[in-house]
Design a protein around this ligand. Structure first.
Ligand code: GSH
Length: 211
């Protein structure tokens, strides 16, 4: 399998973490994502992923899979152990809801193409972009902190082993450093992230931990 990947990307980091937890090897194909000439915007890559985003997974039979959450669910079904979704029906829904709160409502407002579009608007400078990012990271993590705080019983978001929820939360929580926020403001998230930092599948595949 080939993973179209970028070392700094949160969305690609999610898939790298899932692959590492499953012990599945892939060939990594780096794709640049910054600037107007980014590889992700080139015609060749748009044939791989019409959205021009990483990650994309090319399976051994030549099937292209896009969207990190869909890829992770595919991997979870193709390689069931260890499970990345809780067996319990309600816990499974909760894991997905935390993952989506980050992936759909937080991360979606932050990638390079969003910043590039904002920068093209009159009066938007570097400071305004940083403010934008800080705002959405803060709002997303605050909502997730409340969600988690109301139900958490163990070291992870839900249950006794890392799930899709931890996989999506971890890279996003690490962006607090990049935008000048202190993760300790969200104590449940800070504790979970500190536990996840001790697991090589997470630490070795965090954004920026790999080329
Ligand atoms: N919802 C997508 C998000 C993918 C995404 O936004 N990837 C970013 C990197 S984290 C990207 O490729 N950005 C290129 C750009 O913004 O131009 C997923 O989960 O796979």
């Amino acid at each position: 399998m080939i993973l179209y990947d970028n070392g700094i990307s949160s969305a690609a980091s999610r898939v790298r973490i899932a692959l590492a937890l499953k012990g599945v090897d892939v060939v990594r194909q780096p794709v640049s994502i910054f600037g107007p000439d980014a590889g992700s915007r080139q015609a060749g890559y748009l044939r791989v992923n019409p959205q021009g985003l990483v990650p994309t997974l090319l399976t051994d039979d030549g099937t292209l899979l896009t969207q990190s959450l869909a890829i992770i669910e595919y991997l979870d079904e193709a390689h069931p152990e260890p499970p990345l979704l809780p067996r319990n029906l309600k816990e499974r829904a909760f894991a997905r809801s935390v993952a989506l709160a980050i992936a759909s409502e937080t991360h979606a407002l932050l990638p390079p193409r969003v910043a590039a579009r904002l920068t093209a608007l009159p009066g938007v400078d570097e400071g305004a972009i940083t403010d934008w990012k800080r705002h959405w990271v803060s709002e997303g993590l605050s909502a997730v902190e409340t969600l988690i705080g109301a139900r958490r019983t163990g070291p992870f978001v839900v249950g006794s082993q890392p799930t899709l929820a931890d996989i999506v939360l971890f890279p996003q929580a690490l962006t607090t450093d990049r935008v000048g926020l202190d993760i300790r403001h969200w104590p449940n998230i800070a504790e979970i992230v500190s536990t996840l930092r001790g697991i090589p599948a997470f630490a070795d595949n965090a954004p920026g931990a790999t080329q």
